[in-house]
Write a protein that binds this ligand. Sequence first.
Ligand code: CDP
Ligand code: CDP
Length: 217
Amino acid sequence: RVIRVIIAIDGPAAAGKGTLARRLAREFNFAYLDTGSLYRAVGLSLLRAGVDPADEDAAVAASADLAPALLSDPALRDEATGGAASVVAAMPMVRSNLLEFQRNFAQHPPDDKAGAVLDGRDVGTVVCPDAPVKLFVTASPEERARRRTDELLAKGQAVDFGEILADVKARDARDSGRKDAPLKPAEDALLLDTTNLDIDAVFLRAKALVQKALASQ
Ligand code: CDP
Ligand code: CDP
C-alpha cells in the first residue's frame, strides 16, 4: 500500500497558511488544496443570489452542489466573501457536505502525487487527524490585518486598516467560538507564531519538519 504524506496547515485568517502551503507543495511536488476556498465558494454563491449567508437551508443546498466555476471566481478572495464563508462554516451540515471532498483529496491527491498539503481551520483536528505533519500558523491580529491590507493595496483596492482589523477579529471570534470544528491547534501540531517571522524563515522551519517526517516513513 502506498502511504501518502499529508501536511495539515491550520490557523486564523491571513496568518500566511496559503503562502506556506503552496511553497511546501512546490518543494515536495505534492498536491495543494485550499480548504477555505470551498467555504468561500458557498458564501459567494449566496451573496451572488442575494441570499443572507445565515440562511441555513440555502447554505446547505449550495454546499451540496457547488458550482466549480465559483472556485476560480476573482470575488472568492474578497473580504465580504471571507465573512460570508465564516458564517456558513459554522453550520454542521455545510461542514459535513464539504468533508468527503477534502478527505478524498488528501488520500487520493490528483495526478497521483506522493502527498498533499491542505490548509484551513480544522485540517489537523477533523479532516486529517492522522496527518504526520501538522502546523498551526498564527500571528497577532494587527500583523495579519497589516498583511491583508498590503495585499489588497497591491491589487489596487481601496482599503481601511481599521475595517480589515475588525473583519479579522470578527472572523477569528466566529471561527474559534463555533461548536463544530472550531479553530484550535491539534494537540500534536507545531505552533508557528509568524508575527516576527518572514515567509522564508517560516518556510525553512516547516520544510525541516516535513523532511523529518519523510525520513521516518
Ligand atoms: O492563507 P492565509 O489567509 O493564512 O494567508 P496568506 O494568503 O498566505 O498570506 C497573507 C499575506 O501575508 C500574503 O500577502 C503573504 O505574502 C503575507 N505574509 C507575510 O507577509 N509574512 C508571512 N510570514 C506570511 C505571509
Ligand atoms: O484565507 P483566509 O485565512 O482569510 O480564509 P480562508 O482560509 O479562505 O477561510 C475562509 C473561512 O472559511 C474561514 O474564516 C472559516 O470560517 C472557514 N473555513 C473553515 O471553517 N474550515 C476550513 N477548513 C477552512 C475555512
